[in-house]
Design a protein around this ligand. Structure first.
Ligand code: PLP
Length: 409
């Protein structure tokens, strides 16, 4: 070994990697420590051979869990009212894992016509390709669900409120219909409710609280709250259901990054406050929209005229931060509505919701639905996702942008 001019042996990479210093124990801070790992180190071969990850009693590999992912999973189970949670890289991945885990060739899945679009695309794409059939039911009509159920039906999706059009379904009746068939698993996309508007595992019904089997949550939305993290969660109460999903999750190798876990843990603490603020702001904006003649219809479950309002009132206290407005196609062309959207300054054009910045997306109604009034309606629908700006500023922005509607097409 060579030495420098003082005769001291040089530091080697081994010294740096296997450094003897250990920081004092007992450190505590407001935020739980974030642990990053692919490799987990075992004390000895006995630990390597005996350690279990499936029940979270130990650590074996980063993909199977770290103190950070276990902490987030437990907090989400509490939020959702379930007992076990799996983390996946996006809300859409949560939908995919449920389908891949539960469905076999010859099975059928029933999805609300107004479900999150990519849920329907997954059924039309991969599930169809693997011999799993799908049907879309009218979320506002329990008889339409009942009529589609047969001995091949394995999975029924619920979503409250519906995507973009925000109809609040009759969860009580839909659950009752599905529960008459013991072989059916009921999964809820609970992203809008976020575990705060209602409890997916204790939905109030005249027969007492009723539970879904699985609740999936796009943590990308309210739990993140920043518009900067993609993640999803799958929460259950039944250990056997959790085990089945967990095996699929493991075999697919779906890990989440520790930095993203940190982002969600940070967001979760303020989520109820943000959700309440965005709920209150969205209700004010929805009421203001109702006062404007430019909008043929305002969609928000807490508005008495909005589809499914009575179901919302029977199930929920809170209502998230989404509002959609419908433009009459005979009065306003799609180009005029686009000009209105382009004229908005505080509302930014973009997908997703739950972050600080208000967002807007226009949708053509034609072709969007097979069931309900929107199946035959024409025109443009604009969805607003309310952020955390001052509500008066958002209303002023909407007011000035509405002038663009008068621009000749
Ligand atoms: C956004 C969203 C998803 C998907 O979440 P991603 O993390 O964007 O994949 C699923 N369901 C609903 C209702 C959503 O709003």
């Amino acid at each position: 070994m060579s030495s420098d001019k003082t005769g001291t042996p040089p530091i080697t990479s081994t010294d740096l990697i296997h450094h003897g210093y250990e920081p004092p124990g007992g450190f505590r801070s407001v935020v739980p420590g974030i642990f990053k790992a692919s490799t987990v180190i075992f004390e000895d071969t006995a630990a390597l051979r005996s350690r279990q990850w499936k029940d979270k009693s130990g650590y074996t590999y980063g993909l199977h869990g770290t103190p950070s992912t276990f902490t987030l999973e437990e907090r989400l189970s509490t939020l959702e009212g379930g007992t076990r949670t799996l983390l996946v890289p996006s809300g859409l991945a949560a939908i995919g894992v449920v389908g891949l885990s539960l469905l076999r060739p010859g099975d059928e899945v029933l999805i609300p016509d107004n479900a999150y679009g990519p849920n329907k695309d997954f059924a039309r794409g991969e599930l169809k390709q693997w011999g799993v059939e799908h049907h879309f039911y009218d979320s506002q009509d329990a008889a339409s669900l009942e009529a589609l159920i047969n001995e091949r039906t394995r999975l029924v999706w619920l979503e409250a409120a519906g995507s973009v059009t925000l109809e609040f379904p009759d969860l009580v009746r839909l659950l009752a219909v599905a529960r008459r068939h013991p072989g059916i698993t009921v999964a809820l996309d609970n992203t809008w409710g976020a575990g705060l508007a209602f409890n997916a595992f204790a939905i109030p019904t005249p027969q007492g609280p009723q539970a879904v089997d699985i609740s999936i949550h796009a943590l990308t939305k309210y739990p993140s709250g920043g518009g900067d993290v993609l993640m999803g969660a799958i929460t259950t109460r039944d250990p056997a259901m959790h085990h089945q999903l967990n095996m699929t999750h493991m075999r697919l190798g779906l890990g989440v990054g520790a930095n993203d876990v940190e982002g969600i843990l940070r967001g979760l603490a303020s989520m109820p406050l943000r959700y309440a603020a965005q709920d209150a702001a969205a209700r004010r904006i929805a009421q203001w929209c109702e006062s404007r003649s430019e909008f043929a219809q305002v969609l928000h479950p807490a508005l008495p005229g909005s589809p499914g309002h009575a179901h919302w009132a029977a199930t929920c206290g809170a209502a998230a931060g989404l509002v959609s407005v419908v433009f009459n196609g005979e009065r306003h062309s799609a180009q005029q509505v686009d000009a209105f959207v382009d004229a908005l300054r505080l509302f930014k054009i973009g997908y997703s919701w739950g972050g600080p910045v208000s967002l807007v997306v226009p949708y053509e109604i034609q072709g969007m639905r097979r069931h309900g009034p929107f199946a035959t309606q024409r025109g443009t629908l604009v969805r607003f996702a309310i952020g955390l700006e001052q509500v008066d500023d958002l209303i002023a922005d909407l007011t000035q942008a509405l002038q663009a509607l008068d621009t000749p097409a």
